[in-house]
Design a protein around this ligand. Structure first.
Ligand SMILES: N#C/C(=C\c1ccncc1)C(=O)NCc1ccccc1
Length: 255
Protein backbone atom coordinates (compact mmCIF):
# COMPACT_ATOMS: atom_id res chain seq x y z
CA UNK A 1 0.00 0.00 0.00
CA UNK A 2 2.71 2.44 1.11
CA UNK A 3 4.84 1.50 -1.96
CA UNK A 4 1.97 2.28 -4.37
CA UNK A 5 1.36 5.63 -2.67
CA UNK A 6 5.05 6.47 -3.09
CA UNK A 7 4.89 5.63 -6.82
CA UNK A 8 1.74 7.69 -7.30
CA UNK A 9 3.17 10.71 -5.60
CA UNK A 10 6.40 10.34 -7.65
CA UNK A 11 4.26 10.22 -10.83
CA UNK A 12 2.31 13.25 -9.77
CA UNK A 13 5.52 15.12 -8.99
CA UNK A 14 7.05 14.29 -12.36
CA UNK A 15 3.81 15.30 -14.14
CA UNK A 16 3.74 18.54 -12.18
CA UNK A 17 7.40 19.18 -13.03
CA UNK A 18 6.71 18.53 -16.73
CA UNK A 19 3.76 20.96 -16.70
CA UNK A 20 5.84 23.61 -14.94
CA UNK A 21 8.71 23.13 -17.39
CA UNK A 22 6.17 23.57 -20.21
CA UNK A 23 5.00 26.77 -18.60
CA UNK A 24 8.58 27.81 -17.85
CA UNK A 25 9.52 27.21 -21.51
CA UNK A 26 6.81 29.61 -22.70
CA UNK A 27 7.85 32.09 -20.05
CA UNK A 28 11.59 31.66 -20.71
CA UNK A 29 11.47 32.88 -24.26
CA UNK A 30 8.96 35.58 -23.44
CA UNK A 31 10.30 37.08 -20.25
CA UNK A 32 13.52 38.75 -21.30
CA UNK A 33 15.35 40.72 -18.62
CA UNK A 34 13.79 44.14 -19.38
CA UNK A 35 10.32 42.54 -19.27
CA UNK A 36 11.10 40.82 -15.96
CA UNK A 37 12.22 44.18 -14.53
CA UNK A 38 8.90 45.74 -15.52
CA UNK A 39 6.98 42.83 -13.97
CA UNK A 40 8.95 43.27 -10.73
CA UNK A 41 8.11 46.99 -10.79
CA UNK A 42 4.42 46.23 -11.31
CA UNK A 43 4.52 43.68 -8.49
CA UNK A 44 6.29 46.14 -6.14
CA UNK A 45 3.62 48.71 -7.00
CA UNK A 46 0.97 46.16 -5.99
CA UNK A 47 -0.52 46.08 -9.50
CA UNK A 48 0.26 42.37 -9.94
CA UNK A 49 0.17 39.98 -6.98
CA UNK A 50 1.00 36.76 -8.85
CA UNK A 51 1.59 35.78 -12.47
CA UNK A 52 -0.32 32.82 -13.92
CA UNK A 53 -0.04 30.82 -17.11
CA UNK A 54 -0.17 31.94 -20.74
CA UNK A 55 -3.68 32.60 -22.09
CA UNK A 56 -2.62 33.36 -25.66
CA UNK A 57 0.74 33.20 -27.39
CA UNK A 58 1.43 34.84 -30.70
CA UNK A 59 4.31 36.22 -32.74
CA UNK A 60 3.94 39.82 -31.61
CA UNK A 61 2.54 39.38 -28.10
CA UNK A 62 1.64 36.95 -25.33
CA UNK A 63 -1.22 37.26 -22.86
CA UNK A 64 -0.84 35.88 -19.32
CA UNK A 65 -3.31 35.39 -16.48
CA UNK A 66 -2.42 37.28 -13.29
CA UNK A 67 -3.88 37.97 -9.88
CA UNK A 68 -4.40 41.63 -9.07
CA UNK A 69 -5.03 43.22 -5.65
CA UNK A 70 -8.80 43.04 -6.10
CA UNK A 71 -9.57 41.26 -9.38
CA UNK A 72 -8.14 38.87 -11.95
CA UNK A 73 -5.99 40.43 -14.67
CA UNK A 74 -4.87 39.73 -18.21
CA UNK A 75 -1.27 40.84 -18.81
CA UNK A 76 -0.43 41.40 -22.46
CA UNK A 77 3.31 41.53 -23.17
CA UNK A 78 4.39 42.79 -26.57
CA UNK A 79 7.60 41.18 -27.79
CA UNK A 80 10.33 43.68 -28.47
CA UNK A 81 12.27 41.26 -30.65
CA UNK A 82 9.17 40.43 -32.72
CA UNK A 83 9.68 40.54 -36.46
CA UNK A 84 6.08 41.56 -37.16
CA UNK A 85 6.59 45.10 -35.87
CA UNK A 86 6.86 45.91 -39.62
CA UNK A 87 3.13 45.20 -39.76
CA UNK A 88 2.62 47.63 -36.88
CA UNK A 89 4.29 50.28 -39.06
CA UNK A 90 1.39 50.35 -41.51
CA UNK A 91 -1.03 51.21 -38.72
CA UNK A 92 0.87 53.50 -36.40
CA UNK A 93 2.90 55.67 -38.76
CA UNK A 94 -0.19 57.17 -40.43
CA UNK A 95 -2.18 57.54 -37.21
CA UNK A 96 -2.19 61.31 -36.50
CA UNK A 97 -2.05 60.49 -32.77
CA UNK A 98 1.37 58.92 -33.18
CA UNK A 99 3.12 60.74 -36.03
CA UNK A 100 5.73 62.24 -33.74
CA UNK A 101 7.14 59.05 -32.18
CA UNK A 102 10.84 58.20 -32.71
CA UNK A 103 11.39 55.51 -35.30
CA UNK A 104 13.23 52.93 -33.23
CA UNK A 105 11.72 49.53 -32.50
CA UNK A 106 11.31 49.83 -28.72
CA UNK A 107 9.59 53.20 -29.00
CA UNK A 108 7.24 51.93 -31.71
CA UNK A 109 6.25 48.98 -29.50
CA UNK A 110 5.85 51.17 -26.39
CA UNK A 111 3.66 53.56 -28.43
CA UNK A 112 1.68 50.60 -29.76
CA UNK A 113 1.06 49.33 -26.23
CA UNK A 114 -0.20 52.77 -25.15
CA UNK A 115 -2.36 52.90 -28.27
CA UNK A 116 -4.09 49.63 -27.32
CA UNK A 117 -4.86 51.05 -23.85
CA UNK A 118 -6.23 54.28 -25.37
CA UNK A 119 -8.30 52.36 -27.93
CA UNK A 120 -9.76 50.07 -25.24
CA UNK A 121 -10.72 53.15 -23.17
CA UNK A 122 -12.40 54.81 -26.14
CA UNK A 123 -14.23 51.60 -27.05
CA UNK A 124 -15.44 51.14 -23.47
CA UNK A 125 -16.61 54.76 -23.25
CA UNK A 126 -18.53 54.27 -26.51
CA UNK A 127 -20.45 51.35 -24.98
CA UNK A 128 -18.55 48.48 -26.60
CA UNK A 129 -17.85 45.54 -24.27
CA UNK A 130 -14.07 45.13 -23.98
CA UNK A 131 -11.73 44.05 -21.15
CA UNK A 132 -11.51 46.99 -18.70
CA UNK A 133 -8.22 48.74 -19.59
CA UNK A 134 -6.09 49.36 -16.50
CA UNK A 135 -2.57 50.60 -17.34
CA UNK A 136 0.53 50.15 -19.47
CA UNK A 137 4.19 50.06 -18.49
CA UNK A 138 6.51 50.13 -21.57
CA UNK A 139 5.57 46.99 -23.62
CA UNK A 140 3.12 45.61 -21.04
CA UNK A 141 -0.66 46.21 -21.03
CA UNK A 142 -2.69 45.34 -17.91
CA UNK A 143 -6.42 44.79 -18.39
CA UNK A 144 -9.36 43.00 -16.79
CA UNK A 145 -9.35 39.21 -17.19
CA UNK A 146 -12.43 38.07 -19.15
CA UNK A 147 -13.01 34.55 -17.91
CA UNK A 148 -13.63 32.42 -14.84
CA UNK A 149 -11.34 30.33 -12.59
CA UNK A 150 -8.25 31.27 -14.59
CA UNK A 151 -9.92 30.01 -17.80
CA UNK A 152 -10.48 32.75 -20.40
CA UNK A 153 -13.88 32.97 -22.11
CA UNK A 154 -13.81 31.11 -25.43
CA UNK A 155 -13.14 32.80 -28.76
CA UNK A 156 -16.13 33.16 -31.09
CA UNK A 157 -14.10 30.85 -33.33
CA UNK A 158 -14.37 28.02 -30.79
CA UNK A 159 -17.96 28.59 -29.61
CA UNK A 160 -20.70 26.20 -30.74
CA UNK A 161 -23.85 28.23 -31.55
CA UNK A 162 -27.41 27.61 -32.71
CA UNK A 163 -28.53 29.83 -35.63
CA UNK A 164 -30.73 31.93 -33.33
CA UNK A 165 -27.89 32.48 -30.84
CA UNK A 166 -25.49 33.34 -33.67
CA UNK A 167 -27.96 35.91 -35.07
CA UNK A 168 -28.19 37.63 -31.68
CA UNK A 169 -24.39 37.74 -31.36
CA UNK A 170 -24.07 39.02 -34.96
CA UNK A 171 -26.52 41.88 -34.23
CA UNK A 172 -24.53 42.92 -31.14
CA UNK A 173 -21.23 42.77 -33.07
CA UNK A 174 -22.69 45.03 -35.78
CA UNK A 175 -23.97 47.43 -33.10
CA UNK A 176 -20.48 47.47 -31.50
CA UNK A 177 -18.86 48.17 -34.89
CA UNK A 178 -21.31 51.06 -35.32
CA UNK A 179 -20.62 52.42 -31.79
CA UNK A 180 -16.86 52.16 -32.41
CA UNK A 181 -17.22 54.11 -35.65
CA UNK A 182 -19.80 56.75 -34.64
CA UNK A 183 -18.97 57.29 -30.97
CA UNK A 184 -15.32 56.23 -30.55
CA UNK A 185 -14.25 57.42 -34.00
CA UNK A 186 -12.42 54.08 -34.36
CA UNK A 187 -12.19 51.06 -36.66
CA UNK A 188 -11.10 47.79 -35.01
CA UNK A 189 -9.03 46.89 -38.12
CA UNK A 190 -8.45 43.27 -37.15
CA UNK A 191 -11.98 42.12 -36.33
CA UNK A 192 -12.65 38.43 -36.82
CA UNK A 193 -13.78 35.33 -34.92
CA UNK A 194 -10.25 35.23 -33.47
CA UNK A 195 -10.60 38.62 -31.74
CA UNK A 196 -14.05 38.27 -30.22
CA UNK A 197 -14.62 36.40 -26.94
CA UNK A 198 -18.04 35.00 -26.07
CA UNK A 199 -19.26 35.36 -22.48
CA UNK A 200 -20.83 31.92 -21.91
CA UNK A 201 -23.12 33.29 -19.18
CA UNK A 202 -25.21 35.32 -21.62
CA UNK A 203 -23.76 34.45 -25.06
CA UNK A 204 -22.68 38.04 -25.72
CA UNK A 205 -19.53 39.21 -27.57
CA UNK A 206 -16.46 40.94 -26.13
CA UNK A 207 -14.05 42.75 -28.47
CA UNK A 208 -10.36 42.18 -27.76
CA UNK A 209 -7.03 43.09 -29.38
CA UNK A 210 -7.33 46.73 -30.28
CA UNK A 211 -3.65 47.58 -30.67
CA UNK A 212 -4.03 47.97 -34.42
CA UNK A 213 -7.35 49.90 -34.23
CA UNK A 214 -7.20 53.25 -36.02
CA UNK A 215 -9.08 56.56 -35.88
CA UNK A 216 -11.16 57.69 -38.86
CA UNK A 217 -8.37 60.16 -39.72
CA UNK A 218 -6.19 57.22 -40.74
CA UNK A 219 -6.05 57.22 -44.58
CA UNK A 220 -6.99 53.52 -44.73
CA UNK A 221 -9.68 53.54 -42.02
CA UNK A 222 -12.59 52.76 -44.39
CA UNK A 223 -10.62 50.00 -46.12
CA UNK A 224 -9.96 48.42 -42.72
CA UNK A 225 -13.66 48.74 -41.84
CA UNK A 226 -14.68 47.06 -45.10
CA UNK A 227 -12.25 44.21 -44.35
CA UNK A 228 -13.71 43.84 -40.81
CA UNK A 229 -17.21 43.70 -42.36
CA UNK A 230 -16.11 41.01 -44.81
CA UNK A 231 -14.49 38.95 -42.04
CA UNK A 232 -17.62 39.05 -39.89
CA UNK A 233 -20.01 38.23 -42.77
CA UNK A 234 -17.76 35.38 -43.93
CA UNK A 235 -17.83 33.83 -40.44
CA UNK A 236 -21.59 34.27 -39.87
CA UNK A 237 -22.56 33.00 -43.33
CA UNK A 238 -22.35 29.46 -41.87
CA UNK A 239 -25.36 30.39 -39.67
CA UNK A 240 -27.44 31.49 -42.68
CA UNK A 241 -26.72 35.23 -42.33
CA UNK A 242 -26.75 36.71 -45.85
CA UNK A 243 -26.23 40.47 -45.37
CA UNK A 244 -24.25 42.13 -48.20
CA UNK A 245 -20.85 43.68 -47.29
CA UNK A 246 -21.68 47.04 -48.99
CA UNK A 247 -25.01 47.30 -47.11
CA UNK A 248 -23.42 46.49 -43.72
CA UNK A 249 -20.54 48.85 -44.51
CA UNK A 250 -23.05 51.68 -45.16
CA UNK A 251 -25.24 50.78 -42.17
CA UNK A 252 -22.29 51.06 -39.77
CA UNK A 253 -21.40 54.52 -41.11
CA UNK A 254 -24.98 55.80 -41.53
CA UNK A 255 -25.96 59.02 -39.74
N1 LIG B 1 -6.20 40.75 -25.41
C1 LIG B 1 -6.43 39.64 -25.39
C2 LIG B 1 -6.64 38.30 -25.44
C3 LIG B 1 -7.30 37.51 -24.53
C4 LIG B 1 -7.92 37.90 -23.27
C5 LIG B 1 -8.53 36.88 -22.52
C6 LIG B 1 -9.12 37.18 -21.34
N2 LIG B 1 -9.13 38.44 -20.86
C7 LIG B 1 -8.54 39.43 -21.55
C8 LIG B 1 -7.92 39.19 -22.76
C9 LIG B 1 -6.14 37.58 -26.64
O1 LIG B 1 -6.11 36.38 -26.68
N3 LIG B 1 -5.75 38.31 -27.70
C10 LIG B 1 -5.35 37.61 -28.94
C11 LIG B 1 -3.92 37.21 -28.89
C12 LIG B 1 -3.00 38.03 -28.24
C13 LIG B 1 -1.66 37.62 -28.21
C14 LIG B 1 -1.27 36.44 -28.85
C15 LIG B 1 -2.22 35.64 -29.49
C16 LIG B 1 -3.54 36.02 -29.51
Amino acid sequence: EKKIRRIDSAKDKSRAREKDSERLKVEENVFDVPTLKILYTLSNKGVIKAMGGAISTGKEANVFYAEGPDKELAVKIYRIASSTFKAMDAYIMKDPRFTNIRKNKRDIIFAWTRKELQNLKRAKNAGVRVPEPILTEKNILIMEFMGENEAPYPLLKNTHLENEEAKNIFDIIVEYMRLLYKKANLVHADLSEYNILIDPNNLTPIFIDMGQSVTLEHPNAREFLYRDVQNILRFFSRYGIKDKPEELFKKIQAE
